[in-house]
Design a protein around this ligand. Structure first.
Ligand SMILES: Cc1ncc(COP(=O)(O)O)c(C=O)c1O
Length: 445
């Protein structure tokens, strides 16, 4: 494309498009992507970038997979769309639900499909309330979420999100959604962001267990900066939820389908949640889809309701046949190419590479990794643990140099840099990424 044409496209973008997380001053020179192949993206100027965050944590199998284009084409060629409301169904959705149940936690039984992670979390909360209503406990309607968590952009999921910029100008928020706050017990191991399971327990006790429907937790807090849990955190959280008869919702929108080196993240610790939410990697981003999975107990409750208690929760595009066909084919790629195992191996390699950089550079600290997801903090001086003055915007400067000079795209949250490359990434590509990170650290010194 000619330079004049590209300039015109950018002008039109600035004039007509409202972007997610919109802030016009930061959107004066947008990169307009044209295409992708594997772990690489190309813009309209022909510049090539390593996709350090699988775009938005979602393109697990990499770009340009013709198998997925064909799965969509074949399904669309058969039928545009079919109604999936009670009384109707479609084959790809049935097969996909069955496959997800095979791959997920042993206690899971039913899948409800949505179009996004936000809808999945909102649906999980509604389902938790519905369940307690069926059990004759309508007072159990509060949800406990956590600081620094990200759960979505609807009103309820914005309220769940423990990052104030996401709700600052959108209030008032539903007051039944509460962020955990409390005291760590003596000797309790801290998560990488300093939180412990006791914070949730304190919050349940403060609110009254008979008013709490569920706790929602990302196994790794992703968009908030990649904060990993301590080894015992989820075991303790499960025990607390059991003790107070509260449902545990695992938000696996980022961690689901292999990211942490397990199909689902809590499998690492042998923990079963009550509801699991997913999106992103279910279709590797090729087409929108999300969903929530419920335990046998909740499924049993949904299948044995009184006549006046229909589960009146619906989206037109729930269990869309095309999205389901793409999801099914995508999971087959993850299985055939052993990408869950690759996430473990490449995650380990990335983690070691980050530690090597840490040993050499003064301005990086607090490296967090779990499988193939990583985060670290930019600091002025690692030895004395001195943070950068937040007004310097070091995260932004770092990400700009990384993008423009080193050809690597990723995101930052303040001075936290986050990484989650596609699960198909190979060692030489991680070397390219690590080299870019090291040069960018030098550039901001
Ligand atoms: C953990 C988590 N939950 C929920 C969401 C919301 O998903 P969506 O943007 O598809 O609505 C996201 C999005 O990044 C996420 O990371």
């Amino acid at each position: 494309m000619q330079k004049d044409d590209i300039d015109q496209i950018i002008k039109d973008d600035l004039k007509y498009l409202i972007h997610p997380q919109y802030f016009a001053p930061d959107h004066q020179e947008p990169i307009i992507f044209e295409k992708g192949k594997g772990a690489w993206l190309y813009d309209y100027n022909g510049k090539k970038y390593f996709d350090g965050l699988s775009s938005l944590w979602n393109v697990a199998v990499g770009h340009g997979r013709e198998e997925l284009a064909k799965a969509a084409y074949d399904q669309i060629s058969k039928v545009a769309f079919t109604n999936n409301y009670t009384g109707f169904s479609n084959l790809p959705a049935i097969q996909l639900a069955k496959k997800i149940i095979e791959l997920t936690y042993d206690n899971m039984q039913g899948v409800y499909f949505t179009n996004s992670g936000s809808e999945s979390n909102e649906g999980a909360l509604k389902t938790a309330r519905f369940y307690w209503n069926l059990k004759g406990q309508p007072k159990k309607n509060k949800l406990i979420a956590r600081q620094r968590a990200y759960h979505g952009g609807t009103l309820a999921t914005s309220a769940m999100t423990g990052l104030p910029p996401f709700w600052k100008y959108f209030g008032p928020l539903p007051k039944e959604i509460i962020h955990a706050q409390g005291e760590s017990r003596d000797g309790e191991e801290l998560n990488s962001d300093g939180e412990t399971a006791s914070w949730v327990e304190d919050t349940i006790l403060r609110e009254g267990a008979d008013t709490v429907a569920a706790v929602i937790a990302e196994p790794v807090k992703g968009a908030g900066g990649v904060w990993t849990p301590s080894e015992n955190y989820f075991k303790e959280l499960r025990a607390i939820c059991d003790k107070y008869d509260v449902l545990l919702i695992a938000d696996e929108v980022i961690t689901g389908f292999g990211r942490t080196g397990q199909w689902f993240a809590l499998q690492r610790w042998g923990i079963n949640p009550d509801i699991v939410t997913f999106a992103k990697a279910i279709t590797s981003g090729y087409i929108p889809m999300g969903g929530f999975i419920v335990s046998k107990e909740i499924m049993n409750a949904l299948q044995n309701v009184p006549p006046d208690a229909k589960f009146m929760h619906a989206y037109t595009n729930s269990a869309h046949p095309t999205a389901s066909a793409v999801g099914l084919r995508n999971l087959q790629i993850i299985e055939d190419e052993q990408l869950v195992q690759n996430a473990q191996v490449m995650g380990q390699y990335l983690s070691e590479g980050l530690q090597n950089i840490f040993a050499k550079k003064k301005n990086i600290s607090n490296i967090r990794t779990l499988g193939f997801i990583a985060g670290f903090t930019l600091v002025e001086d690692a030895d004395s643990n001195t943070n950068y003055d937040p007004t310097l915007g070091m995260g932004s400067k770092f990400a700009k140099f990384l993008r423009e000079e080193c050809g690597v795209i990723t995101r930052f949250v303040g001075d936290q840099i986050v990484l989650a490359p596609p699960l198909i990434t190979v060692q030489s590509e991680i070397d390219f990424l690590l080299d870019g990170l090291e040069r960018s650290l030098k550039s901001i010194l």
